[in-house]
Design a protein around this ligand. Structure first.
Ligand code: PMP
Length: 364
C-alpha cells in the first residue's frame, strides 16, 4: 500500500483471479476456459483488424452489436459489448447501486460481486444458500435493492429454471435484477427472452467460456434499451473504446460461426456428464452442474490437500478457502483426454492416501 492511497480504497481486498502460472505447462482446469481453440475465421479476422491498429476502434461497436442481435434474437439497442463480462458487472454496480440502493446476491457465488460492492461502497446483502447449495427464489422477493444471480451459479454449477427467475423479477419490479449467464451455454435455460418482457432484467454473457475468447476479453449486457442506455453512459464516462478493434472483429467472426461454438459446448457438456459419473464411482460427491465445471469433494481427502496433490502432478484446479466450501474443488471440464489424465491422477492420489492411512493405522 502506498502512502498516497485514498481512504476509500484503504480497506479494499482486491479480487484474486485464478492462477495463470507460467512456470511449467499445466493441464489448466482452474479458470473455466474452453479447451478448444478459436475458429480459423476468428484468427483471420483478428489478423485483419491488427492491420488498422493505428486507428481507434468503433466506440459504439455497431457491427458487433448487430452480429450479437442476430444470434440473441433481440434488437442492437438492447446490447452493450464490454471488455469481459466483469466490466458489465462493474458498470451495472455503478449505474444501479449506490449508498441507498444495496446489492443482494447468494452468499456463495462469484466472488467478484462482493469485491465490486466494496469498491463502490455499496451495502451487501449476502443471502444464504439452502441445503445442497441451492438458491431459493423465495429468498429474493421484494428486496428493494439490486439483485445479482449467477445462473448457473458459480462455483456450484447449479441452475435455476427461468420460472424461478421470473418470480424474482415480478417481485422486484422497482429493482434491477442482473442474471449473470456466464455459464448458460453448457445446458441451462437462458432468460434472454424475458428481457423483452421485464424492463428491470439485465442479462450478462461472456465469450470467455463458451466461445474460446477468454484472452480477448469480450462480454455483453443485454436488456431493456433504457437500461442499456444507462450502462452505455457509464461506459462512455469510463472507457469509451472499451472493446478493442481485434476483439470486436473476433466477436463478429465468432457470432458468424456460432454453430462451431455450440458444438464445442455440447462436447463439453457430454464430457462433464461422463466425468461426473467417473468421479462418483471414485467416491466423490458432486453438485448437479449445468456449467463447464464440476464442484466436487471427497469424504476422505480435505479440499486443500487434493488441490495441492493435483498441482504437484501438473493439474491445476480451483480451491476456495472460504470455510463453507473449503472441502470442495472446482474442476473445469477440459477435453476427454485431459479428463482421463485427471481421473488417473485422482485414482493415484486416493490409493496413496489409503496406503498412508493404513500405514498410520497398522504402524507400518
Ligand atoms: N461471471 C461469472 C459467474 C464468472 O465465473 C466469471 C469468470 N470469472 C465472470 C462472470 C467473468 O468472466 P469474463 O470477465 O471473463 O467475461
Amino acid at each position: 500500500m502506498s502512502r498516497f492511497q485514498s481512504e476509500r480504497f484503504s480497506r479494499l481486498e482486491a479480487y484474486v483471479p485464478g492462477e495463470q502460472p507460467r512456470d511449467r505447462k499445466y493441464i489448466k482446469l482452474n479458470t473455466n476456459e474452453s479447451p478448444y481453440p478459436p475458429s480459423e475465421a476468428v484468427l483471420d479476422a483478428v489478423r485483419a483488424a491488427a492491420g488498422a491498429l493505428n486507428l481507434y476502434c468503433d466506440p459504439t461497436a455497431l457491427r458487433l452489436r448487430r452480429a450479437a442481435a442476430e444470434v440473441y434474437g433481440v434488437g442492437p439497442d438492447r446490447i452493450l459489448p464490454v471488455n469481459g463480462s466483469d466490466e458489465i458487472l462493474d458498470f451495472a454496480f455503478m449505474a444501479f447501486c449506490d449508498r441507498r440502493t444495496a446489492v443482494a446476491y447468494p452468499e456463495t457465488s462469484y466472488g467478484f460481486y462482493s469485491v465490486l460492492a466494496d469498491l463502490h461502497g455499496i451495502e451487501k446483502r449476502e443471502i444464504p444458500l439452502k441445503d445442497g447449495f441451492s438458491v431459493d427464489p423465495r429468498d429474493y422477493l421484494g428486496l428493494h435493492c439490486t439483485i445479482v444471480i449467477a445462473n448457473p451459479n458459480a462455483p456450484t454449477g447449479i441452475a435455476l429454471e427461468p420460472s424461478g427467475i421470473e418470480e424474482i423479477l415480478n417481485a422486484n419490479r422497482d429493482s434491477v435484477v442482473i442474471v449473470d449467464e456466464a455459464y448458460v451455454d453448457f445446458g441451462a435455460r437462458s432468460v434472454l427472452p424475458l428481457t423483452e418482457k421485464y424492463d428491470n432484467l439485465l442479462v450478462t454473457r461472456t465469450f470467455s467460456k463458451s466461445h474460446s475468447l477468454a484472452g480477448a476479453r469480450l462480454g455483453f449486457g443485454i436488456g431493456d434499451p433504457a437500461l442499456i442506455a444507462d450502462l452505455t453512459a457509464v461506459k462512455d464516462s469510463t472507457n469509451p473504446y472499451n472493446v478493442n478493434a481485434m476483439t470486436q472483429a473476433a466477436g463478429i467472426a465468432a457470432f458468424e460461426e456460432n454453430g462451431y461454438y455450440a458444438d464445442n459446448c455440447r462436447k463439453v457438456a457430454r464430457t462433464r456428464d461422463r466425468t461426473a459419473r467417473a468421479l462418483s464411482a471414485l467416491g466423490f460427491e458432486l453438485t448437479d452442474s449445468a456449467a463447464n465445471f464440476l464442484f466436487v469433494r471427497h469424504p476422505k481427502i480435505p479440499g486443500g490437500e487434493l488441490y495441492a496433490k493435483l498441482r504437484e502432478r501438473g493439474i491445476l484446479v480451483r480451491h476456495f478457502s472460504k470455510p463453507s466450501i473449503a472441502e470442495y474443488n472446482r474442476i473445469t471440464v477440459g477435453t476427454p483426454e485431459q479428463m482421463e489424465t485427471l481421473l488417473g491422477a485422482l485414482e493415484d492420489i486416493l490409493s496413496e492416501h489409503r496406503a498412508a492411512g493404513d500405514a498410520a493405522r497398522y504402524g507400518r
